[in-house]
Design a protein around this ligand. Sequence first.
Ligand SMILES: Cc1cc2nc3c(=O)[nH]c(=O)nc-3n(C[C@H](O)[C@H](O)[C@H](O)COP(=O)(O)OP(=O)(O)OC[C@H]3O[C@@H](n4cnc5c(N)ncnc54)[C@H](O)[C@@H]3O)c2cc1C
Length: 279
Amino acid sequence: MGFFIRFARQWIAGETLEDAVEQAKKKNRAGIGAIINFLGEHVRNKEEAEKNTQENLRIIQAIEASKLRASLSIKPTQIGLMINKDLCLSNVEKMAEAAALRNIFVWIDMEGSAYTEDTIEIYLSILRKYRNFGIAIQANLKRSEGDVRRIAASGGVIRLVKGAYREKKEIAFAGRSEVTIRFSKLMGYLFYSCKGFAIATHDWALINEAIEVNKTHGKELEIQMLMGVREELKNRLVKQGLTVVDYIPYGKAWYPYTTRRISERKRNILLILRSVFDI
Ligand SMILES: Cc1cc2nc3c(=O)[nH]c(=O)nc-3n(C[C@H](O)[C@H](O)[C@H](O)COP(=O)(O)OP(=O)(O)OC[C@H]3O[C@@H](n4cnc5c(N)ncnc54)[C@H](O)[C@@H]3O)c2cc1C
């Protein structure tokens, strides 16, 4: 297991908030913004959801105290969505209030499709009162075109992603190229319907497409990538004057996050095998 933890560390700042703050400072010095995420998901116990909410509030305070160019990203099932939707909403509200007071932006990560509708409803409900909120939308889900329209019409802010969860073919587009086409289509819609939005991808073709199209539209475009992935590209984009943001996770619950990263790229599996068998 030791090698696996070492392997996971390339994508994770460490176990503590202090580790994440240090990583965010390093990124800020390089001209890159930060999104801090406390790892953990699928919580079924109220006390744990409360503890996680408190940790997320600590992130908001740390961003202010360290004067970071950073936002927070939260996962609804970490703060109560599996227990009940109202509990989750009230926990999100606590963060919304604390973040709004400090002018800090909060993103809601999108998890598996079982939670999509509740997550969007929570987001739209928060958006009525707080504007410092954005939400991830997954290009691989067939429903996403409708969701993008719904959120754009409410003045919401979208982070477009390909989608990290395995979904049934009845509800999702399968295959890399199909998902990339859907991403491009949704991005085209965002250019026409929003003041600004984020694309979260390491796919150069999509990033380049966004940069080129934005030369005409002049929207507030944020390019988000994961910590430990394509560092040279991030630096190159910053030099071109683009807004680049690094997603920085920390905490002890690194396992599900790491397995999602591994499954995204065959080469990662090869690297693990190499470190085990020394090949
Ligand atoms: C900031 C951020 C937030 C996210 N939030 C969510 C969320 O809320 N919900 C969700 O479902 N998903 C989320 N994701 C994950 C996302 O859905 C994808 O699973 C993930 O980003 C991989 O897809 P990709 O767009 O990078 O494209 P891929 O098709 O995986 O990769 C495209 C290309 O990028 C390059 N590349 C990819 N990885 C590497 C690497 N390690 N090193 C070098 N090159 C590489 C390769 O050239 C590859 O061909 C998020 C991703 C990011 C970056």
